[in-house]
Design a protein around this ligand. Structure first.
Ligand code: GLU
Length: 369
């Protein structure tokens, strides 16, 4: 897709709605979006909703004076709030004859390939059966290393899980501005190169204590979705039928067009779903072979390693200045790589004491960033 007119062809859409919008008046907001979901379904569009708001809806009900700052406090708030959140969605979607299917994910569900494929089956069956998957992070059990961090990222990773055509992030501003909206900045209607046109202006984006996102995380989400070939639209959820008007080619929001290099699902998963366990620092020759020559990474170009990782774990590939330029699955564990780094492929078997593949990261397991 390259122009707003083409958005009409989107057959499967993820709608992400943020805490700040939902916390204001949950039932009313959810009702409006449920009505729009019905209308979208009636024109043949599959809808998956990624909803924040569990923590925002939970903490007051626990009698906390403010949004908790501790992990157990956030977990408890999410446990209480998620029930209210899904109830609101079930009621509102049910009023339109739609079943809401609650899907709570942790980062483990996309990091572990088996669980990822399993989650994919669940989504596809929910959609086949005509239900509306209503997704949130499983905040009650998600801590640090199994956390997505924010629902913008969660929604972006879901684009590959459900093979979405578009991701619509509804928020409380009209889109991405070229500066501070309070001092006359203008809305950017379209972004074609996220790194050049969006990252600098997105800033850190305060969220006013409701969600965890801000504009910077929306831009990152657009980048992840874009590498999967999926268009992202960031728009105000306060407008009437925001998703329908966007799919009809209206001029609301900021559209982030996908980058040209669409990654296959597996490579996308390697690049963005996994959290690297360590780094391989490579010399300039190896970098050139990977970037220009589209080659696999061989032991000879590796200068040193950082971190501990097992065979098959995801690792960063960084150049000698420390800049990461690729990610991949390392065929060897950290001890093995230490032994063979800088050596010729023909020496590998003797160094390790057993026969092994000559690629430290095979081309098929490598993604240039
Ligand atoms: N998963 C969190 C919640 O439902 C929200 C995360 C976010 O705001 O991005 O409360």
């Amino acid at each position: 897709m390259k122009s707003r007119g083409e958005l009409k062809s989107a057959g499967r859409v993820i709608i992400k709605i943020g805490s700040r919008l939902l916390a204001e008046d949950t039932d009313a907001r959810v009702a409006v979006l449920a009505a729009e979901t019905r209308a979208l379904r009636d024109r043949g569009v599959d809808v998956v909703i990624v909803t924040s708001g569990a923590i925002a809806l939970g903490w007051r009900r626990l009698g906390y004076p403010e949004k908790p700052r501790t992990i157990p406090g956030l977990q408890a708030a999410a446990a209480v709030g998620q029930g209210h959140l899904i109830h609101a969605w079930q009621t509102a979607l049910g009023a339109h004859g739609l079943a809401a299917g609650q899907v709570l994910l942790t980062h483990d569900d996309v990091r572990n390939r088996r669980r990822y494929l399993n989650a994919r089956l669940a989504f596809s069956e929910l959609l086949r059966a005509g239900a509306v998957p209503v997704v949130n992070e499983n905040d009650t059990v998600s801590v640090d290393e199994i956390k997505f961090g924010d629902n913008d990222r969660l929604a972006a990773l879901c684009t590959s899980l459900i093979e979405a055509d578009a991701l619509v992030i509804l928020t409380d501003v009209d889109g991405l501005y070229d500066g501070d909206p309070a001092s006359g900045a203008k809305l950017i209607p379209e972004v074609r190169d996220i790194d050049k046109e969006a990252v600098a202006v997105a800033g850190s984006g305060s969220t006013g204590g409701f969600g965890t996102g801000g504009m910077a995380s929306k831009v990152q989400a657009a980048k992840i979705a874009g590498r999967f070939g999926v268009v992202t639209i960031v728009a105000s959820g306060r407008r009437e039928r925001p998703v329908t008007s966007i799919l009809d080619g209206g001029d609301a929001g900021t559209v982030f067009w996908p980058s040209v290099s669409r990654l296959q699902s597996r490579k996308h998963w390697i690049a963005y779903a996994l959290k690297p366990a360590g780094s391989l620092v490579v010399d300039a020759g190896a970098k050139k072979a990977l970037v220009d020559g589209k080659k696999s990474l061989l032991p000879s170009g590796i200068r040193r390693i950082e971190g501990r990782f097992g065979a098959g774990d995801p690792v960063r590939v960084v150049d000698e200045s420390g800049a990461e330029f690729a990610r991949g699955l390392c065929a060897f564990d950290a001890d093995e790589v230490e032994k063979i780094a800088g050596r010729r492929s023909s020496e590998v078997a003797a160094l390790l004491g057993y026969a092994a593949a000559e690629e430290v990261i095979h081309r098929d397991d490598l993604v240039l960033l």
